[in-house]
Design a protein around this ligand. Structure first.
Ligand SMILES: O=P(O)(O)OC[C@H]1O[C@H](O)[C@H](O)[C@@H](O)[C@@H]1O
Length: 524
């Protein structure tokens, strides 16, 4: 099957079979129960868990059985998933709305000069661009005059590098200058940071694929104004840019520009020069290790049989939960302090990619797509919202992420943390019967457990690539284009219209609520 003619999940023969099968999972006494499933099958853990590069995954505590798993695999095959995956990995224009590839996997593919293929020149270009970016990053690290680096960007130009830098700092894999991130259009964020800096020892990296994002341009202007006021004179040396739009960066006064390709989607761009601040934080060797870890996961995704292909298995579980069990949210609980921004990163990756109500041809979808992703680092979440997960009226699947080896020496404390992650997953599943209502835990609540041996650049690269491919896989089967984001545009257009009205007080044509609020907010 050609990827362009692939089927949508609800057009397959597997779809109605899955619907029928899902009825046996309804929440009543005769339905599927995890406790019974484990009691009746001593191989359940082995069959619903697996290794993938750098990641071990246990899916066995989910509300899924062999028949559901087989039907979901049938659904993937019927949809033409393998052809679509091939198109992703070979740079076909799968972002059909914008007629371009989504070829982030190329950014982490090792390049050996002399390999003659049709795409040799783009591979050579990618390798040269990476070397240029990493040389610059190492030079910044070696320059004792630079003590602080500020990444100015938002969305995909912030979330990935910020989360990865934070994770690897906690893991002890960063050194060199302090790296800060400014994203928010709210001027409080940059205003809080700037007074702690000195113009002469600060490097600003302005990251924007389009170089047209209002928040980033406003923060970059504020930074330049502060830089000049603080006695800085050499804007060209202290401001560099990362963008597709080199001319707009030039107009801003930035001469040192690291360019990226239009086939690198914002939320998939961490691996490109968008990761410059991260490369400054960990050096070229660390950045290359991150790419190598991601590439190992790419290879797994490309070659592992569908039955043991972890990104696909997680995507099938998402589809099963979302479309057949009616579970519309997923809690991510990373039991690693460094991963505390992972839920925010995944919110963009998953919800901006797959939060669509139409398919790639613009046809309305009659089934739900991306679940709401939310979460907080463990064990913090246990003392906040886990109450709802254990005893709330609805069911929310939880995804635990744990790292076996800590980067600190508090071994006993780490064992307690791991015990807590295990305990929460087990408590959700086994529950506890009590005649006293508020002490009753229904149990049979699903969770997935992802386990890393240690947190280092390669493991993080693999984990993030796993999530990217999972999102591609579910999006592919839902029939949607995971690589556009038209849903963010309307609000931007309206904000452009409203901004001058806050000063003029003009409310013509506005609804009464917006007009009333505008009058209260205006004039400052
Ligand atoms: O990198 P930029 O062009 O500044 O875009 C930054 C972000 O803003 C957009 O509105 C999109 O929602 C994001 O996908 C993107 O990552």
């Amino acid at each position: 099957m050609n990827w362009k003619n692939r089927l949508r999940c609800d057009e397959t023969a597997a779809w109605p079979l899955l619907q029928a099968h899902a009825r046996t999972f309804r929440q009543d006494a005769s339905s599927f129960d995890l406790r019974t499933a484990f009691a009746e099958d001593d191989q359940r853990f082995e069959r619903f868990s697996q290794d993938a590069p750098y990641v071990f995954a246990d899916l066995s505590k989910n509300l899924i059985d062999d028949r559901a798993q087989q039907l979901l695999l049938q659904l993937a095959r019927e949809c033409g998933f393998e052809a679509h995956r091939e198109a992703l990995l070979t740079g076909e224009p799968i972002n059909t709305a914008e007629q371009r590839a989504a070829w982030h996997t190329l950014l982490r593919e090792p390049y050996a000069p002399g390999q003659e293929t049709a795409s040799t020149s783009i591979r050579a270009e990618v390798a040269a661009s990476l070397a240029d970016m990493l040389n610059f990053a190492d030079a910044v690290r070696a320059d004792s005059r630079i003590t602080d680096v500020v990444n100015i960007g938002i969305g995909g130009s912030d979330l990935g590098p910020r989360m990865a830098a934070q994770t690897l700092r906690t893991a002890g894999a960063t050194s060199g200058p302090r790296v800060h991130f400014v994203a928010n259009g709210d001027g409080h964020e940059i205003s809080e940071l700037l007074p702690s800096l000195k113009a002469a020892s600060t490097l600003f990296i302005v990251v924007s694929k389009t170089f047209g994002t209002a928040e980033t341009l406003a923060n970059a202007k504020a930074a330049r104004q502060w830089f000049l006021a603080d006695g800085g004179s050499d804007v060209a040396r202290h401001f560099v840019g990362v963008t597709c739009n080199t001319s707009a960066a030039g107009e801003f006064g930035i001469s040192r520009v690291f360019s990226i390709w239009d086939w690198v989607g914002g939320r998939y761009s961490l691996w490109s020069a968008v990761g410059l601040s991260l490369a400054v934080a960990m050096g070229s060797a660390g950045f290359r290790a991150l790419l190598a870890g991601a590439h190992a996961m790419d290879q797994h995704f490309a070659n592992a049989p569908l039955e043991t292909n972890l990104p696909l298995r997680l995507a099938l579980l998402d589809i099963w939960q979302c479309d057949f069990l009616g579970l519309s949210s997923r809690c991510v609980a990373p039991y690693h302090h460094g991963l505390r921004r992972l839920p925010a990163y995944l919110q963009q990756l998953e919800m901006e990619s797959n939060g669509k109500g139409v398919d790639a041809h613009g046809r309305r979808l009659a089934f739900p797509t991306a679940p709401v992703v939310w979460g907080e680092a463990g064990s913090n979440g246990q003392h906040a919202f886990f109450q709802l997960l254990h005893q709330g009226p609805g069911v929310t699947p939880v995804e635990f992420i744990a790292v076996r080896e800590p980067a600190h020496s508090l071994q006993a404390q780490h064992r307690t943390l791991l015990a807590n992650a295990l305990a929460q997953a087990r408590a959700l599943m086994i529950g506890q019967s009590s005649d006293c209502g508020h002490r009753h835990f229904p149990g049979n609540r699903p969770s997935t457990f992802l386990l890393l041996e240690r947190m280092d650049p390669a493991s993080l690269g693999a984990l993030l690539a796993l999530y990217e491919h999972r999102v591609f896989s579910s999006g592919s089967l839902w029939g949607i284009n995971s690589f556009d984001q038209w849903g963010v545009e309307l609000g931007k257009t309206i904000a452009t219209d409203l901004a001058p009205r806050l000063t003029s007080g003009d409310t013509a044509g506005l609804d009464a609520s917006t007009a009333g609020l505008l009058k209260r907010l205006g004039g400052s």
